[in-house]
Ligand binder design. Structure first.
Ligand SMILES: [Zn+2]
Length: 273
């Protein structure tokens, strides 16, 4: 599966070679500034600080006590954030001005779709890097690092940038949770592939339906031939879908993961391990 990285990273490697990657303390709404004339990409310190703060908070939530382990988690989140932003350059989306054009031309879903695609590429890249660093070579090691990376992507997508009250952003963020749970089930042998859309694969960007506007659970798989994640609309007990939806961007993150897992168990997409 490693060759999946070749295409999205092709331009990025050339870019990193060509430009200085830097930080900037100037304020602004965008995550980074690409200065082509001076061959420089500068990331906003303020955004990186939020990535560090939220990752630190998550480390508390999951009870990381080892200082080195915490530091690595923070480093991974910052790296992943940087790779996500660099993927935007590859997506022909290099300047903050383009955000407004995309919002004008495809109001709700333009930016979340580009983000969802950048998220999975960045998560997959960083999972590969982590496996290289740990010299973990088994296929499952890579899948499990990818699960962690998808959760970091959710942390960044839902907490660093507040999603509450913004349905398209919630759809992208919760899609990452669903992807993480499906990949985890794949790694542990509990994924019921036959229930899933056959176009779904580990690197598929996924956007969940707005679970406040529909009482069923389903998600868009935005890959190759786009399709719906599961074929049948199941009525879910205990307002599971609504509770999952409302949990986006709220702590504890593990509660969102638990709700997502209950939904996937309920619709038989995963089996109890
Ligand atoms: Zn983005």
């Amino acid at each position: 599966m490693r060759h999946d990285l070749a295409y999205p990273l092709m331009g990025i490697c050339a870019l990193i070679d060509r430009v200085d990657v830097d930080v900037s303390s100037e304020l602004g709404e965008d995550a980074f500034v690409l200065d082509e004339d001076n061959a420089r990409v500068a990331f906003r310190v303020g955004v990186i600080e939020r990535v560090v703060r939220e990752t630190d908070r998550f480390a508390d939530e999951v009870g990381y006590s080892d200082a080195e382990e915490r530091l690595r988690l923070v480093q991974r989140a910052v790296n992943q954030f940087v790779v996500h932003e660099l993927v935007h350059i590859k997506q022909n989306f290099p300047h903050f001005a383009s955000v407004q054009h995309v919002k004008d031309g495809m109001p709700d879903y333009g930016v979340p779709m580009l983000d969802a695609a950048a998220d999975v590429v960045a998560a997959w890249t960083c999972a590969n890097v982590e496996c290289e660093r740990l010299e973990a070579r088994a296929e499952n090691d890579l899948l499990l690092e990818y699960v962690n990376a998808l959760l970091l992507a959710y942390l960044i997508g839902a907490f660093v940038f507040d999603v509450r009250g913004r349905p398209p952003k919630i759809q992208r963020a919760l899609g990452l949770v669903i992807s993480a749970l499906l990949v985890q089930a794949l790694a542990s042998g509990t994924l019921n592939r036959q229930v899933l859309f056959e176009g779904w694969r580990e690197l598929s960007p996924v956007l969940v339906l707005d679970l406040e506007k529909t009482s069923i659970f389903n998600a868009f798989v935005l890959d190759g031939l786009p399709g719906l994640l599961v074929p049948t609309y199941e009525v879910l007990r205990d307002d599971l879908a609504g509770r999952f939806w409302r949990s986006a961007g709220t702590a504890p993150l593990m509660a969102t993961l638990q709700l997502g897992s209950e939904i996937l168990l309920e619709i038989d997409a995963i089996a109890r391990g």
